[in-house]
Design a protein. Structure first.
Length: 615
């Protein structure tokens, strides 16, 4: 089909663009730039070796932090693919970040370490991985070739070439009795849909809670279930809730990419603790002894074959005993499963490209997709690929083609004060969001040990920096924008919140620009405080959010602030207080920001930065 041929071509374009970006950063950027970007860590020293879940060799490296070093000293995270550069050019090894601490990292290696390790400084570089691209291409090819059967039918529904069967909302005895009216309706719609349904989950509306109820209901029906998302964090969130409900779940993927508290539920861990595994270990020990005694090759071959057969039996037994299988889309090996799943549940569907979503959907008899098309889209490296359709997600397409009877909108949100919620609701959700009574009027001053002050007794503040001379600057090293005046103001606001009794771990400072993140991190170093880009903070929340918009220039250019979905994410992370810092003279030319400034004024939340100068 032309559609899939085009996607395969765009996938090649995107893969090349991502690898070129990685190569460009490694080959052309000076070492200090890669360090500033957090994609290279240097001055690392050997700290020890160990064996992790799944018998992966582990290498631990530490760094003595100097004064002025950022903490953490890199932007890499557990699960990232990295290369280790040994001292004095002694070699390079690939691995996966297993554990990240303030001054140390542990890496799970893809092969055994050399017996003797060189002394001296090590270097770790962030890499890309080709495995996900291969799996996407395989999935697209499989879907394209289908002519009959459930996969072909689902494909035609997703492309808008076939009308899905609608069915009736299911009659449900709810296991989670605290679900609200709209959440219950979403569960009934999803369970009653014969082939496909979508759930729109605006910020704070309990989308994951709804998906867990759907999965639990499907478990009761003895259905085979696959649940996934594009990110490890989203998959782990579902896994954690399912385990709390005593669901037998198995998590696929490298243990290093999975939350440490959940690694006991990984396929590797469950296989390692299977009772038959003791017999396999004994047989491996016997194989090693036989190998050292020059045992005939035929005997060795038979024993090795028997070991592999037992390992395969353990593998199949663990998967068969699981009520739910969970995986990131990119981490799913299609060849592990002979049959399709009765139900495939995809979370964060708005952040997954179509090729990535097809990896789990190839194995679906029925699909439920959940997400929010009004929040950040998938990351696309190639502008050409984005223009030609790679940026269009399946959830976006289904929103326009799927009958309303197969769609559900979650409307009650449990995060934000109604004044924080209101602007986002008007701009993105047709004014349909409702603040639950438990959060509708809550403020920072309601928190224990927090004093009433000018910041803690109101939910929304827009601080206008027009005329203050807070000009943006271009950071050549990071190829990003920063604003020293806004950064200094953010620091003062943070300090005032702390003086009122708000805890550091209840506050986050976020911004669209990586250079601004690094600048604020250099000014504010306090345990518990989070400083991050908006993109990195999607899916998170804090009691108080300070949002620095950065843009302030004579040309009134707003750059990628024009993608208002990013601002929807930024403005909906706060529970009790949202402070937005921005230059109205620069941003008000864009309708979205003009309307926000007007909204702030109507809520008596429009303040001037002059009120905070010198405080």
């Amino acid at each position: 089909m032309e559609h899939f041929e085009r996607l395969l071509r765009l996938l090649d374009v995107e893969r090349e663009a991502e690898w070129q970006e990685n190569k460009r950063e490694l080959a052309r950027y000076p070492l200090e730039v890669r360090e500033a970007l957090g994609k290279t860590a240097t001055r690392l020293t050997f700290a020890g070796t160990d064996t992790g879940v799944g018998n992966y060799p582990l290498l631990s490296l530490t760094r003595h932090l100097r004064e002025g070093d950022p903490s953490p000293f890199h932007a890499m995270d557990s699960g990232d693919i990295v290369q280790i550069v040994f001292p004095d050019g002694a070699g390079v090894l690939d691995g996966t970040l297993y554990k990240v601490e303030d001054a140390a990292i542990t890496i799970a290696l893809n092969k055994e370490l050399p017996r003797s390790l060189p002394s001296g400084p090590y270097q770790v570089d962030l890499l890309g991985s080709d495995a996900t691209y291969r799996r996407m291409a395989e999935a697209l090819t499989r879907v394209d070739k289908e002519r009959l059967g459930v996969t072909a039918r689902l494909r035609d529904i997703f492309l808008g070439d076939l009308k899905p069967r609608i069915g009736k909302p299911a009659k449900v005895n709810f296991l989670n009795e605290s679900l609200n009216e709209f959440q219950r309706r979403a569960v009934e719609t999803a369970l009653g849909a014969p082939e496909v349904a979508i759930i729109h989950g605006p910020p704070g509306t309990g989308k994951t809670t709804v998906l867990v109820e759907i999965i639990r209901q499907a478990v009761q029906q003895k259905l085979r279930i696959l649940a996934g998302a594009p990110s490890n964090i989203a998959v782990d969130n579902i896994l954690e809730k399912l385990l709390a409900c005593k669901i037998r779940a198995v998590r696929l993927g490298h243990p290093a990419r999975i939350s440490e508290a959940l690694r006991h539920a990984t396929l590797d861990a469950l296989i390692a603790h299977d009772p038959v595994q003791n017999d396999v270990r004994k047989m491996r020990q016997e194989f090693d002894r036989m190998n050292k005694r020059d045992t005939p090759r035929g005997d060795l071959f038979r024993l090795k074959k028997e070991i592999r057969a037992m390992e395969k039996d353990i593998f199949r037994s663990v998967l068969r005993s699981a009520q739910v299988v969970l995986s990131t889309h990119g981490g799913l090996n299609l060849n592990m499963f002979r049959e399709n799943f009765d139900l495939v549940v995809l979370d964060e569907a708005s952040q997954s490209t179509e090729p990535l979503s097809w990896i789990p959907l190839v194995k679906a008899k029925k699909a439920i997709l959940a997400g929010d098309v009004c929040q950040l889209p998938p990351t696309i490296y190639s502008q050409e690929a984005a223009r030609e359709g790679l940026a269009v997600t399946l959830l976006e397409r289904l929103k326009t083609t799927l009958p309303k009877g197969l769609q559900a909108l979650l409307r009650v949100q449990y995060r934000m004060h109604e004044a924080i919620m209101g602007f986002s609701s008007q701009q993105f959700y047709e004014g349909k969001l409702i603040a639950d009574e438990s959060v509708k009027t809550h403020l920072l001053s309601d928190l224990p040990n927090t004093e009433a002050s000018e910041l803690t007794t109101q939910p929304l503040i827009y601080i206008d920096t027009a005329g203050a001379g807070f000009e943006e600057t271009w950071n050549e090293l990071l190829e990003s924008r920063e604003n020293k005046g806004e950064a200094d103001l953010a620091v003062r606001l943070y300090q005032k919140l702390r003086l009122s009794g708000v805890e550091a771990n209840q506050i986050a400072v976020i911004t669209p620009y990586v250079a601004q993140v690094r600048l604020i991190k250099s000014l504010l170093k306090e345990p518990g405080l989070e400083i991050a880009s908006i993109d990195a903070f999607q899916g998170r929340e804090k009691e108080a959010i300070i949002l620095s918009l950065v843009r302030s220039n004579d040309q009134n250019e707003v750059g990628f602030l024009s993608d208002t979905r990013r601002m929807n994410v930024g403005m909906t992370r706060a529970r009790r207080l949202l402070i937005v810092i921005g230059d109205s003279a620069s941003i008000a030319g864009h309708p979205f920001y003009a309307q926000f400034i007007d909204y702030a004024a109507r809520h008596e939340a429009h303040r001037s930065s002059y009120e905070w100068s010198g405080q």
